[in-house]
Design a protein. Structure first.
Length: 411
């Protein structure tokens, strides 16, 4: 089948060769293995690193049946900004005209957000009698009400209403909805005022573990961090406004006397304010952006995976990619939010979640001091990963799901 994938901001094959592929990248790879004809529409702007791949629209042939169609739009530095709004509008405008010129696909799989990309996909699908499946990854625009403050929040009300009307249309008129959690799926169904069908499905964010063969240079680089007396908590993220940095500060201060350190890998718009927040701590180590080989080594030599999300409704309904990534390395997961991930962590004894920093520290210290307990949680983490989050299973099932939709729609 000929399939169009729409995901504006994600790490790309070939272009981001040293980084790990994420959800759309892994799906595209699996589709390619099954000899489907893939065109992935994305942006030339790397949202994570805030840099352009190219200064104009470009096409990149990944393989004989797999093409990247990258659309150029304005750069931005802040995730919440006028420039980002312009970026999304330009991407959607140019996508609309690109789609008209190309041979029609059999099916479209569009990530949500961005709202504008998904909206153009649904309009195109309705006009050309092509099934469009929307994959909910984040709860836009509802989360804007939680992230904006003061006058800016008031000024954004008309724009949020405008985006919400588009979101409702997307969810109502798409052929089917997938999402990364049941909670997010229910959110989408409610937005579209539709009853769940057998085509509306949850597919967790799967993770594919890649083994690194040559670690000699990496081992030397991080030798001071992984001494025998150190107990390491790894925190991998784009350092943005999704995380509770005050909570991290509280936790770090309480853990410092116990010789427990937090290894932060990543960059982002909130990095400097994060550093300023924790400047009086000695056990938070900022390692910057790391490639997949270094991340693999750090994960293998850590004892806990840290996901200090703000306790907002979007994270209460979600299951993040970091959750599955930590599980894949047998790491117990510690969260600062409640909701769906907390339920998974507690029910399966793969970690702990609380909004109370004292409770979190007590759990971490208990794992450090009790090797049997740590081993139990580590074993459970790998078991849950293999059962529910293994990318080699998830994306095989997702490909079968899309094939089924394409075949049934033709009948």
């Amino acid at each position: 089948m000929r399939i169009w994938l729409l995901r504006a901001s994600e790490l790309l094959p070939v272009v981001d060769a040293t980084d790990r592929l994420l959800r759309m990248g892994m799906l595209a790879s699996e589709l390619s293995k099954n000899n489907h004809d893939i065109t992935w529409f994305a942006s030339t702007f790397n949202h994570f690193k805030k840099k352009q791949y190219a200064n104009s629209d470009i096409e990149i042939q990944v393989s004989d049946n797999y093409k990247l169609n990258l659309i150029h739009a304005i750069s931005y530095k802040k995730n919440i900004s006028i420039k980002r709004i312009i970026n999304h509008r330009v991407l959607a405008f140019k996508l609309k005209y690109k789609m008209k010129k190309l041979e029609k696909p059999d099916i479209i799989y569009a990530s949500f957000p961005t709202i504008e990309f998904a909206y153009e996909a649904v309009l195109y699908g309705k006009k050309n009698n092509i099934p469009v499946v929307i994959d909910i990854r984040d709860l836009w625009p509802d989360i804007f009400n939680h992230n904006l403050k003061g006058l800016l929040k008031i000024m954004a009300i008309p724009y949020i209403k405008y985006l919400n009307s588009k979101t409702k249309k997307i969810m109502k008129e798409c052929y089917a909805i997938t999402s990364i959690s049941e909670g997010m799926l229910e959110w989408g169904l409610k937005k579209g005022n539709r009853t769940k069908s057998n085509l509306d499905r949850c597919f967790y964010i799967g993770y594919k573990k890649e083994e690194v063969k040559d670690i000699s240079s990496i081992k030397k680089e991080f030798s001071s961090l992984f001494q025998k007396d150190k107990f390491n908590i790894c925190f991998f993220a784009t350092i943005n406004n999704q995380f509770d940095y005050k909570k991290i500060h509280e936790i770090a201060l309480k853990l410092e006397p116990h010789n427990i350190q937090i290894l932060v890998c990543g960059t982002g718009p909130n990095l400097e304010s994060f550093k300023a927040e924790v400047k009086d701590t000695k056990n938070i180590k900022f390692l910057g952006w790391q490639d997949k080989n270094s991340l693999d080594y750090i994960l293998k030599n850590s004892q806990i995976g840290f996901a200090p999300y703000k306790n907002t409704f979007d994270f209460q309904l979600s299951v993040s990619n970091k959750f599955s990534e930590y599980l894949s390395y047998s790491l117990p997961v510690v969260l600062t939010s409640t909701g769906y991930m907390k339920d998974l962590a507690i029910k399966n004894q793969v970690g702990f979640a609380s909004t109370d920093s004292n409770e979190i520290c007590d759990f971490i210290i208990s794992l450090k001091n009790d090797t049997k307990k740590l081993k139990k949680y580590s074993t459970n983490a790998m078991k849950l990963f293999m059962e529910n989050f293994d990318a080699s299973k998830i994306y095989v099932e997702l490909v079968k799901y899309l094939e089924k939709i394409e075949k049934e729609y033709k009948k």
